[in-house]
Ligand binder design. Structure first.
Ligand code: CUA
Length: 327
């Protein structure tokens, strides 16, 4: 095979391989051009900023790559000898001014736009007190705990009223590690840093929105996810009142079992921690309270700040596993 043919077939092979790799990435379930579908004013503002910057970077990319390809073809060596020198050019004042001024203008435009957008992301719009709700969100290894204004509690599933401003106090437990509260459809992430309270907010139509922990927080970080269940305000009120009145009857125990215990334990086999099926501790309120509040060995104190009602709810659910061990 002549060298030129071999070179060409090698180039064709490399190009096809590159194209196939890129196609794979394009199909790898990514959500498209934008970060994710925006469902809250914050997310819309972040999308606006993303698009605004993308227009400039897109034009620059096309301009630079276009000229690069054009020059590669136009000024290729062709039949000139390998040692021939190109024309020696020194100084092009007008060109130099242009390529300095244009980037300055672009950066000024982007900077102005971003600083104009930012305050709207940090500050919630003014609303009547009746249209606002504040939920405290605690990050724990490896679950999210939500405390509502009337004392109701839920785990890994936040219920919120639709189309109203919902303030979120993202709280890092002093005895825990860093986590980061992230609902992609609502916009940015908010860190839960031990000993600190960070504030963010959203206003979303009814629907279920995926929540993630976005900070590597330990062995089960990947399973520290949840859902924000946005429902009409009447339904939200009904939920928090019922949950506050009787956590056990409204399923808090099961939420704790799946959200907290099952992150690391299974009934019938060793997982991150030992198998729990048949363990008499699951029916021993004092024993389980000591374990949850203090932790043991590799197990963090997952229930250090739990209320008595939370422990009651858990034990009422787990006692069924103390004897049988069946799931
Ligand atoms: Cu919590 Cu990662």
């Amino acid at each position: 095979m002549p060298a030129s043919v071999r070179r060409r077939s090698l180039a064709a092979f490399a190009t096809s391989l590159f194209a196939l790799t890129v196609t794979g990435v394009a199909y790898a379930g990514n959500a498209g051009f934008l970060p994710s579908e925006a469902h809250s004013p914050n997310a819309h503002r972040i999308d606006d900023a993303f698009i605004f910057v993308a227009i400039f970077t897109g034009l620059i990319f096309l301009g630079v790559e276009g000229v690069l390809i054009l020059f590669i073809i136009k000024y290729r060596r062709g039949k000139r000898p390998r040692t021939a020198e190109g024309p020696q050019i020194h100084g092009a004042t007008r060109l130099e001014i242009i390529w300095t001024v244009i980037p300055v203008l672009i950066l000024a435009a982007i900077g102005t736009f971003i600083f104009w957008e930012l305050p709207g992301i940090a500050d919630a719009p003014k609303a009547a007190a009746a249209d606002e709700t504040t939920v405290n969100i605690e990050g724990h290894q490896f679950y999210w705990l939500f405390r509502y204004p009337n004392g109701a509690i839920s785990i890994d599933r936040m219920v919120a009223p639709a189309n109203d401003v919902v303030h979120e106090n993202v709280i890092g437990m002093p005895f825990d590690v860093n986590h980061s509260w992230w609902v992609p459809d609502f916009g940015g992430k908010m860190d839960a840093i031990p000993g600190r309270v960070n504030h963010t907010w959203f206003k979303a139509p009814a629907g279920d929105y995926v929540a993630r922990c976005a900070e590597l927080c330990g062995i089960q970080h990947a399973h520290m996810d949840g859902v924000v269940h946005v429902v009409p305000r009447a339904q939200y009120e009904t939920f928090v009142q019922a949950r506050a009145a009787d956590p056990t009857a409204t399923g808090l125990g099961k939420e704790e079992w799946t959200g907290v215990c099952e992150k690391c334990h299974r009934l019938d086999h060793v997982y991150i921690g030992p198998a729990l099926g048949g363990n008499p501790l699951l029916a021993n309120r004092d024993g389980i309270e000591t374990l949850l509040r203090n932790g043991q060995g590799n197990m963090p104190a997952v229930g250090r700040n739990w209320t008595d009602a939370q422990i009651d709810a858990l034990i009422s659910y787990t006692k069924q596993f103390a004897k049988t061990g069946a799931s």
